[in-house]
Each structure stands twice: as C-alpha cells, then as structure tokens.
Design a protein around this ligand. Structure first.
Ligand SMILES: C[S@@+](CC[C@H](N)C(=O)[O-])C[C@H]1O[C@@H](n2cnc3c(N)ncnc32)[C@H](O)[C@@H]1O
Length: 273
C-alpha cells in the first residue's frame, strides 16, 4: 500500500516535472504504476522505490517515474472525424490560401507511439500525393523518451496495427517484418520525432498550419491547461487549425481563435487579422 506521504511525494514530483495532476483518489493508479516500475528496477516494492527516490534521485530515475505516470493510449485514426476534416476542408483551404508551392507544417503534440502523426501522414499520401514529396513536415513530440523511440522506429505489433487502421492502408503503407508491421519510408520521412515537454517554453517550435493536441490536456490542472493552450495558439500561423480530443473543452483560447464545426469534429482556427 502506498502511504499518504509517499503519494504526496510522487504526485509533487510528477506535477512539477510534467504538469500531470495526480489528485487524491488516484492512489490506486499511482500504486499500480509504481509497483510495475519497482519490479522493472528490481526493487522489492514501492517503499524501496520511495526511499531510493528520496535519497538517491537521478535524472534517469526521475524520468522513469514520470514515464510510468503517463497514459500512452492511442491508435490509428483515433475518432476518425478530425482526419476527415483534414481531408475535406482543412488541407484544401490551407493550400488554396498558400498557393501551389505551399509547404504545410503539422504538429502532433503529445503523439505517444506515433499512430496520430502517421495517420496524418497517411491522409497526405492518400489524398494529397503531391505534398508527400518534401512539402509536408509533421513534428511529433511527447514527454516520454520511450514512446518517442517507439514512434520513430515505426514498428507496430499486429494488435496495434489492427486498431483503427483499414486493412487496405495496412497493406499499402506497411511491410511485414516477423510479428511486426513496419511503416514505409515515404510515410516515415514526413514525420520527425522529438522529446518535448508541454510545460516548457516552445522555443523554436512555431509556424504550424495544423496542431493536434489531443487527449493530453485532461491530465493537467486548469492553470497548466490554460498556459499550454495559450502557447499552442502562439505556435499557430494565422489561418492555422487547432484540434483537441473530442472530450476536451479548451478554456483560455483568445478571441483570435474561432470555433468551427467540420462534419462531426469541432476545432479552432486562428483568424488572419
Ligand atoms: C493518451 S496519449 C494521447 C496520444 C495521442 N495524442 C492520441 O490522441 O491518440 C497522451 C500522451 O501525452 C503525453 N504527455 C503527458 N504529459 C505530457 C507533457 N507534459 N508534455 C508532453 N507530452 C505529455 C504522454 O506521454 C502520452 O503519450
């Protein structure tokens, strides 16, 4: 059992390093995640992990604790409708505004193991083929080194490949390698992966036409959420689009952002003036 003192210690550590808010009532979640980490580190139990963290904290251990607290649930074409919106309205509108030689910049902020940025890349390959040749950049970032490495490898298990991905796309854009499916280079080359903590300043991370920041704000408290939303807004080009998860209601967007409904999706567009 995790003690209240231990819970407070880990919750404070995780909040200050990642913004993830572990409020009372999440003891069970924290306990089960830290139990797994203790096993991985060959420690007896949470008690031993706690004492190690208090007495001999290292940057590596801190990262491992934070990674253990992240929820990395994701799948290809999650919710489908934001990807339909890209195809039917967002990309055609951005291209019309920029001209034929346009370059489009996307950002999947909190990309987990890569299914989201690769889904965007497959929409480009499938419907805007001319852009696939160096005219699209998709930045994929996450706080967790583990998921970034997995995303960059572009290698998925059969179960992961079966989640959300139409079989026709699996055959077209992946090749089988033993028990895994590896994404083809033309899709992979559109995406570059990088570690980025959303609570840090977005130095040099700007000029985006589309930002997906989905199913991550739910883990932050109100103040952190608002600060991140304001930074995301600044990182967008005029005319650019911002998408959140379907269950997330963003607060703190400025009047420069207009709310749009495209098919079944709700998103925000930065006004041009
Ligand atoms: C539930 S996944 C969402 C993945 C994807 N956006 C989707 O909708 O399928 C949430 C991701 O947010 C990441 N995350 C949590 N806190 C973060 C932070 N402070 N900065 C960047 N990423 C963070 C986690 O590591 C995790 O991979």
């Amino acid at each position: 059992m995790i003690t209240p003192e231990q819970f407070r210690f880990f919750a404070d550590l995780v909040r200050s390093a990642s913004g993830i808010s572990l409020t009372m009532g999440k003891e069970y979640l924290v306990e089960s995640r830290l139990n797994e980490l203790s096993k991985l580190l060959n420690l007896r139990d949470i008690d031993e992990l706690y004492h190690k963290a208090v007495r001999q904290m290292t940057p590596q251990l801190k990262n491992q604790i934070i990674e253990a607290m992240t929820t990395n649930e994701t799948y290809f074409f999650r919710d489908q409708h934001p990807f339909d919106a890209l195809k039917t309205k967002v990309i055609p509108e951005l291209l019309a505004g920029k001209g034929a030689d346009a370059k489009l910049k996307f950002w999947s902020a909190a990309c987990s193991t890569g299914q989201e940025p690769y889904s965007i890349a497959m929409i480009i390959a499938e419907h805007f083929r001319h852009l696939a040749n160096g005219k699209v950049e998709i930045l994929a970032t996450d706080i967790s080194k583990q998921v970034i490495e997995k995303g960059a490898a572009g290698r998925f298990t059969q179960v992961e490949a079966n989640r959300g991905l139409p079989i026709t796309m699996l055959i077209k854009y992946f090749r089988q390698q033993g028990a895994f499916w590896v994404i083809n280079d033309d899709i992979k080359n559109m995406v570059y992966f990088k570690i980025l903590n959303l609570i840090d300043p977005f130095t040099g991370v700007n000029g985006f036409d589309v930002i997906f920041c989905r199913y991550v704000l739910i883990y932050f408290d109100q103040e952190t959420k608002q600060q991140i939303i304001q930074k995301l807004e600044k990182a967008l080009n005029p005319g650019g689009y911002l998408f959140f998860g379907a269950t997330e209601t963003p607060t703190g967007l400025s009047p420069a952002m207009e709310r749009l409904t495209i098919g079944k999706t709700t998103c925000w567009r930065k006004k041009r003036h």
